[in-house]
Design a protein around this ligand. Sequence first.
Ligand SMILES: Cc1ncc(COP(=O)(O)O)c(C=O)c1O
Length: 302
Amino acid sequence: MANLIWQNGALKPFEQATTHVMSHALHYGTGVFEGIRAYEQADGTIAVLALKEHIERMFVSADPIAMKIPYTREEVCAAVVATVKANELKSCYIRPLAYYGLPPTKVRVRPDPKTPIEVIVYSYDMGDYLPDVALDVKISDFIRLHPQSTAVGAKICGHYVNSLQALLQISGTKYNELIMLDYEGYVAEGSSDNLFMVKDKVVYTPELGTILTGITRQIVIGLAQDLGYKVVETKIKPEELYTADEVFFTGTAVEVRAAGTINDKTIGNGEEGPITKHLKTEYLKICRGQNPKYNHYLTPVK
Ligand SMILES: Cc1ncc(COP(=O)(O)O)c(C=O)c1O
């Protein structure tokens, strides 16, 4: 199977898609990226999920770091489709990235001579990001980035140093995922996913403001409402999670995953709860083109 990366307008073999060691982004984390999935459809074709929404978020993420991506949204979408097609992938994970290249000598990016902006698209067969079980979850000592420190809703490369340090705390332990609180002590999100809680059949999720503007979160909110659940976006205290009937995570990579325990306290009966299961099943139907109402989220790879 081919292993091609789209780099600045052309597909190249993996080994040739290189960048300079003095790239600004390598020194200062000044890039924006996306994590997208494509799914094999019931008829054997491949479709990218929420492609336009992801590329829109990538452009919105670029704003706070004054990055003008040197392609249109449509060109980046086409690059994603071309990369999946060229690699003959079926269900896969796709990583578009735009970053500041040379020169890196100062933090401030330069309009003249312009700090160049490079764009790549990589795709690979990721499989499950987290095991398909009720997860053991730890509330992290690390807090989610402060909204006055950075544009927290944006998917900026440097933000993930925060996630990595939190993840390192649980590596080698029994915990599969973590929850970060925000600067006020409310529940924010996981290391690479948004969080939901179910109590008395009502679905709650942390409001925007300190979390990534998750695209799966948005799809699942709409889906839950369509399925007749009341959804409330609000502030959630960590102790409310312990008495919830169900807690689950959403994200492009993780899809929908239940929390079985949080800080060793059992959530519900410790297994994937009925509403989580319902939403997960229906979400995967959307991904696989089995719910026509949501087909607008699917871009065929032809
Ligand atoms: C920190 C963080 N929160 C939430 C998410 C979920 O976002 P999405 O559903 O757009 O993949 C991700 C994944 O991109 C993430 O990295």
